[in-house]
Write a protein that binds this ligand. Structure first.
Ligand SMILES: [Zn+2]
Length: 499
């Protein structure tokens, strides 16, 4: 049995339709569609890359955000060299074992081809490229692998346009390289192809813009080339084809600058922990705050200043020495499987716009960063951001629709168990028994509501969760306010662009 996984970055499952995505629609008819599939938290691409690679959440793998603070410096996860400052090429970057490492340890290979950021590519194929397996990062195919097949094939293709947006030629190259590889070498047990669209275009235009629909159609056309090969040949050879996405998208309804708010409120904060500031923040849909020396009093003051704002959503803090959350009235980061040594002291998601404005369009969210109002964004805990695509097809899988909770972290255990390989102890996902053809024991669990909420004088914050098969699945989050929040809207300050 072999697996070809095609990741379609940011594709929200409700965007599929027969006209725009005929190939994906057809795959969902002949395969098994996981109807309640979600991403990990935060729903950012580098976190998802690590979740897909390890079968664990950020509490296991340690990539707690696209950008985070560790070892006294800010780590930009889009840069492989920045990630490598966390550890060596082999260890210390991810704190969980990857599928690439398991395959390499058992003499199996993994082929990875991707057009996402260099850091995300490195994370998604971690343990594989270091072991000499074929790894093509389309922006610089010789960057990751000294593999002979990569060297031979890469030289046959012209250099791609730099930073192409929408990334039409770039995603086509992913599929071209896949077919080129097949002419030179046998398909390994696991192949991971990562197309950086429709995410890039959603961030430019939103989901409904004609260009976004066109690019989604192009994504489907590229996927369709793989689907055609699979239908003619791959399926008969026992290849299991998986089409999935790493997260969904919400729509930017209003912009805020948390840094400006904190500075105007008298706090010494910056995007870096320089000597003149007391706290460093990183902000997108999730705002993370690291306070110098974890000073509790300052954290509490910041929390009070922030929590009165209309854009303040559900807040989390790391564990104090006594095991309770460091900041009163916040949920523990473990509630969203995000407690890690690298976690921020205080983290909060920006709210849905409807929390403060009853007339806000559905799916509109607050956002802190460089993208404009009206385009797609992700990273937070809203149902639209968490919602992810997953369709499984092949003789190893059942067909139809599985309506049980599943998540991106369930793919590694499902694939490894199908390959009769051991699951690393750091795996947090479960084998999706309901999907497997040879298992009759599927669907025996009850779905239990495992939502958690916390009340304060300002209102109530809830994370909607379900427990299924002894795992927690995230469904969304909401805040309800007791009093009218202050409408102190900080000036938008578009200084960070970091998805
Ligand atoms: Zn993504």
């Amino acid at each position: 049995m072999k697996f070809v996984i095609v990741m379609l970055d940011g594709l929200r499952p409700d965007q599929l339709d027969d006209a725009v995505t005929p190939n994906l629609a057809e795959l969902s008819k002949i395969g098994l569609r996981l109807d309640r599939h979600t991403s990990s938290f935060p729903s950012e691409t580098r976190v998802s890359s690590a979740a897909l690679a390890t079968g664990g959440h950020s509490s296991a793998h340690g990539i707690i955000g696209n950008r985070f603070w560790a070892n006294g410096r800010s780590i930009d996860g889009s840069s492989l060299s920045a990630l490598l400052t966390l550890g060596s090429e082999r260890g210390g970057v991810l704190t969980a074992t990857t599928i690439g490492e398991v395959l390499a340890a058992h003499g199996r290979a993994m082929l990875t081809i991707g057009s996402q950021s260099q850091g995300s590519f490195g994370l998604s194929s971690w343990g594989s490229w270091q072991a000499g397996a074929p790894a093509f990062w389309v922006h610089d195919p010789s960057n990751f692998s000294n593999n002979a097949a990569v060297r031979r094939i890469a030289s046959c293709f012209p250099v791609l346009p730099a930073d192409e947006r929408p990334a039409r030629a770039t995603i086509e190259r992913v599929v071209d390289l896949f077919f080129s590889f097949l002419t030179k070498a046998a398909l390994p047990e696991v192949s991971l192809l990562w197309l950086s669209e429709p995410d890039i275009t959603y961030h430019m235009f939103g989901l409904q813009h004609p260009t976004a629909r066109e690019v989604l159609h192009e994504v489907d056309r590229q996927f369709g080339r793989i689907f055609a090969w699979w239908s003619e040949k791959g399926e008969r050879e026992g290849v299991q084809l998986i089409a999935a996405s790493d997260h969904g998208h919400a729509i930017i309804g209003e912009k805020v600058s948390v840094l400006n708010h904190l500075q105007r409120s008298g706090f010494k904060v910056g995007y870096e922990l320089t000597p003149d500031v007391d706290a460093a923040i990183s902000a997108q849909r999730v705002v993370n705050i690291w306070v110098r020396d974890r000073e509790g009093h300052l954290l509490t003051e910041m929390y009070h200043s922030l929590s009165e704002q209309p854009w303040f959503g559900v807040a989390f803090s790391r564990k104090a020495a006594d095991g309770s959350p460091l900041v009163a009235n916040t949920l523990p980061l473990s509630a969203v499987m995000a407690e890690h040594q690298r976690s921020a002291d205080l983290s909060f998601v920006l709210a849905d716009c409807s929390a403060a404005n009853r007339n806000a369009p559905p799916g509109a969210v607050y956002y802190d960063g460089a993208y404009p109002i009206g385009v797609g964004m992700h990273g937070g805990l809203s149902a639209h951001e968490l919602s992810s695509l997953c369709i499984l097809a092949g003789n190893g899988f059942k067909t139809g629709v599985a309506a049980v909770p599943t998540s991106i972290v369930d793919l590694v255990p499902t694939i490894l168990s199908s390959l009769r390989l051991p699951l690393p102890s750091t795996v947090q996902g479960r084998i999706i028994h309901e999907a497997l053809q040879d298992r009759e024991d599927g669907g025996q669990y009850d779905v239990e509501d495992a939502s958690v909420s916390i009340a304060s004088s300002a209102g109530r914050a809830t994370v909607f969760r379900e427990r299924y098969g002894q795992r927690l699945y995230l469904r969304g989050a909401a805040v309800t306010r007791l009093a009218e929040p202050k409408n102190d809207r900080p000036d938008a300050n578009p200084t960070q662009l970091n998805t």
